[in-house]
Design a binder for this molecule. Structure first.
Ligand code: GLU
Length: 469
C-alpha cells in the first residue's frame, strides 16, 4: 500500500509556523515511506478565505523546500463539494444520520443548561430533509472509539460522551468534520499527520470513516506550539507568520531545521544538522507529545550560525533583497541612493560574522550607500563631548595628510591623534564612527573608512565638525 499523506491548510491568514512544521513532518514522512504528499487547500469557509492567503501559503511552502510541482495538488476543498453532499446523503439514507431543526435555545430549554451538547431530541422523530434542517450523525450509544495515533498511542473515547454532531448545515453543505473526512477518503489518504488541536475531532471523524465503510487512516497528532509563557502561539500575540520570518531575513535552511526540532531531536548532541540527516533520522513515532516551545531567541542564534556558514558569495546574494529592494521582501526595506556591489563585497565578510538575520545588514552598511549618513541623534548626543570638535579637527588634518588610504594607516594615525590627548583608541574612534556612519556600533571602523574612501570620509567628518560649532 502506498503511503499517502496530506497537508491541508485553511487559507484564513498568514502561514503559521506550526503549520509549516506539520507540513515538513508530512513531507519527510512521505519521503521516508516512498509515499506521496498531497496539498489540499481547505477553502470552504468562504467568509474567512482569501485567494492571496492561498498564494502566500504556496510560496511560503516553496521557500521552505516543499516546492511547487513536487507534490500532488494543490486540490481545493470547495471543488469537492458534490462529494461532500453525496456522503451526507449516504449517511442519511443508511440511517446513520438524521435531520434536526432544533435551535440552540430549544436544546437549552430542554436540558436547562447552556453547556450541555445536543440531547438527541430528533434521533427517532423521523424528520425528513428540508430548508433549515441540519443533518446530525447518530453516534453509537455504547462502546469506545480507539484512535491509533503514531505519537500518542491509542487515545480512547467513550462513544456515549460524543454528542450527535452536525455533519451538514441547513443549506445542505457539509461542515468541516465531514468535508475533511470525505476529502481524505477521496484522495486515498493513509496517514493523517496534523496538529494536536484537532485531536478532539478525531473520534468523530473516525466514526464517520467507519459509517462510510472505509478503513480509517493512521493518525499522528503533533504537539501544539507554545510561547515562553506556555501559551499556544497565537497570531494576535506572537510572531507566527512564516512569511514574517522570511522577510526579516531568516534563511530557509535554518528555519526548517529549527521547525523540525519542535518536539524532536537528531541523534547525538547535535541540533544544527544538514537537512539530509533530518530526512534520514526523523521518526514520527519519536515526536514528543508535550507542547513544543517555539524559542525565537534560539531560532535567531541558529540563523546566525547558518549565516556564518554560508560561502561569502552566497551571503552577498542572500543580502540583495534588503540592499537593493529586489526579490520578494515586503515591504521594500530601504532604498540605497548609490548601491555599489564592489563596496558591499569588500565589507560583506565583516558583516557576515556580526548579524543574526539578514535584514540587520541594512544598519551595518547603509552608510556606504547613502549620500550622507543617517545620524542617530541619541548616539550623537551620547558620543559628542567637549573634546570632540578638537579631536575631529586633528583627525581630519591627520587623515588629509595620509599617503595611503588603508585600514592599517588610518588606525595608526587615529591612534596617534588620540594618544596626544591621552585617549584610548575606543574613545578616539567613537566620534569618528558617529560622524561617518551616524551610529555608535557597526562594522570595524577602519575597514569601513577604507571602503568608504578618502573624499567621502573627510566630507562627513568636516560636516560633523560643523555641527559641533
Ligand atoms: N484545515 C485544517 C486546519 O488548517 C486542517 C485539518 C486537518 O489537517 O485535518 O486546521
Amino acid at each position: 500500500m502506498t503511503v499517502r499523506v496530506r497537508f491541508a491548510p485553511s487559507p484564513t491568514g498568514m502561514f503559521h509556523v506550526g503549520g509549516a512544521r506539520s507540513a515538513l513532518q508530512n513531507w519527510i514522512y512521505a519521503k521516508q515511506q516512498g509515499g506521496v504528499f498531497v496539498l489540499r487547500v481547505e477553502d470552504t469557509d468562504a467568509a474567512r478565505n482569501k485567494p492571496e492567503w492561498t498564494e502566500g501559503i504556496l510560496s511560503a511552502l516553496d521557500w521552505i523546500g516543499i516546492s511547487r510541482g513536487s507534490y500532488e495538488g494543490p486540490y481545493f476543498q470547495s471543488q469537492n463539494a458534490g462529494e461532500h453532499r453525496a456522503a451526507a446523503a449516504r449517511l442519511y439514507e443508511s440511517g446513520r444520520a438524521y435531520y434536526c431543526d432544533c435551535t440552540r435555545e430549544d436544546v437549552q430549554a430542554r436540558t436547562g443548561s447552556q453547556h450541555q451538547g445536543y440531547d438527541g431530541y430528533h434521533r427517532d422523530l423521523g424528520l425528513g430533509p428540508g430548508e433549515g434542517r441540519a443533518l446530525r450523525f447518530r453516534t453509537p450509544d455504547e462502546g469506545t472509539t480507539v484512535v491509533v495515533d503514531l505519537i500518542r498511542g491509542e487515545p480512547t473515547f467513550e462513544n456515549r460522551l460524543i454528542e450527535d454532531f452536525v455533519i451538514a448545515r441547513g443549506d445542505g453543505s457539509a461542515v468541516f468534520l465531514l468535508a475533511n473526512v470525505v476529502d481524505d477518503m477521496t484522495m486515498g489518504i493513509t496517514h493523517v499527520i496534523r496538529a494536536e488541536e484537532h485531536l478532539p475531532n478525531t473520534p468523530k471523524q473516525q466514526l464517520l470513516w467507519d459509517a462510510l465503510g472505509v478503513k480509517p487512516p493512521v493518525w499522528a497528532h503533533v504537539p501544539v506550539v507554545v510561547n515562553e509563557k506556555r501559551q499556544k502561539l497565537s497570531k494576535r500575540r506572537d510572531k507566527v507568520a512564516l512569511e514574517a520570518y522570511r522577510d526579516e531575513g531568516y534563511l530557509a535552511g535554518a528555519m526548517r531545521n529549527y521547525l523540525m526540532l519542535l518536539g524532536w531531536a537528531p541523534s547525538g548532541d547535535r541540533e544544527i544538522v544538514p537537512w539530509s540527516v533530518i530526512e534520514d533520522e526523523f521518526r514520527l513515532e519519536e515526536v514528543n507529545p508535550s507542547p513544543a516551545f517555539f524559542d525565537e531567541k534560539k531560532l535567531r542564534a541558529f540563523n546566525g550560525e547558518y549565516i556564518r556558514a554560508l560561502p561569502v558569495a552566497e551571503f552577498i546574494d542572500a543580502c540583495q533583497p534588503w540592499l537593493t529592494g529586489t526579490g520578494t521582501i515586503a515591504p521594500p526595506p530601504w532604498q540605497p541612493e548609490e548601491f555599489d556591489a564592489d563596496a558591499f563585497a569588500a565589507v560583506a565578510p565583516l558583516a557576515q560574522t556580526r548579524i543574526a538575520v539578514l535584514s540587520e545588514i541594512v544598519p551595518n552598511v547603509d552608510f556606504l550607500f547613502l549620500a550622507a549618513p543617517t545620524i542617530d541623534e541619541a548616539a550623537w548626543t551620547k558620543t559628542m563631548k567637549d573634546g570632540s570638535a578638537d579631536l575631529l579637527d586633528a583627525a581630519v588634518a591627520a587623515f588629509e595628510a595620509l599617503e595611503s588610504w588603508d585600514a592599517e594607516s588610518l588606525k595608526s594615525t587615529l591612534e596617534a591623534v588620540g594618544a596626544e590627548r591621552g585617549l584610548k583608541l575606543g574613545k578616539t574612534q567613537a566620534p569618528v564612527r558617529v560622524a561617518v556612519t551616524g551610529r555608535t556600533i557597526g562594522l570595524p571602523l577602519f575597514e569601513s573608512l577604507e571602503v568608504l574612501g578618502r573624499e567621502r570620509t573627510l566630507t562627513r567628518m568636516r560636516a560633523a565638525r560643523l555641527r559641533l560649532v
